[in-house]
Design a protein. Sequence first.
Length: 122
Amino acid sequence: MTQHNEKGTQHDLVLYRIEAAKSDIKSAKILLEAGGYRGANNRAYYGIYHAISAIHALDGNAYKRHKDALANFNKKYIKTEIFPRTLGRRIAEAEEIRHASDYDDFYIATREEAEEQIATAK
């Protein structure tokens, strides 16, 4: 088995994370069309998370925990209005919906909700 420990450039990392975000959004759309709304919510959220991680990589930052990545994104980019505050609220909602979709036993995800999460991810 080959182990890959190659280090890319900061630019490579940003592009990798953007591609991961695009792949997650594509998966969310496939799940949406198949009626897998909970899974679509999950993949849409990860599309958002990987896009945020790409933005952090531009500054040379990385966070191991999602809550740290989101909190620092809000602090650095939403509160300073580099990105609109409405986006910050939509990202927070996406995180809550992803958590409910993944962990709440009786959570019922809807098509409309999944469509909204995908729109936020885009």
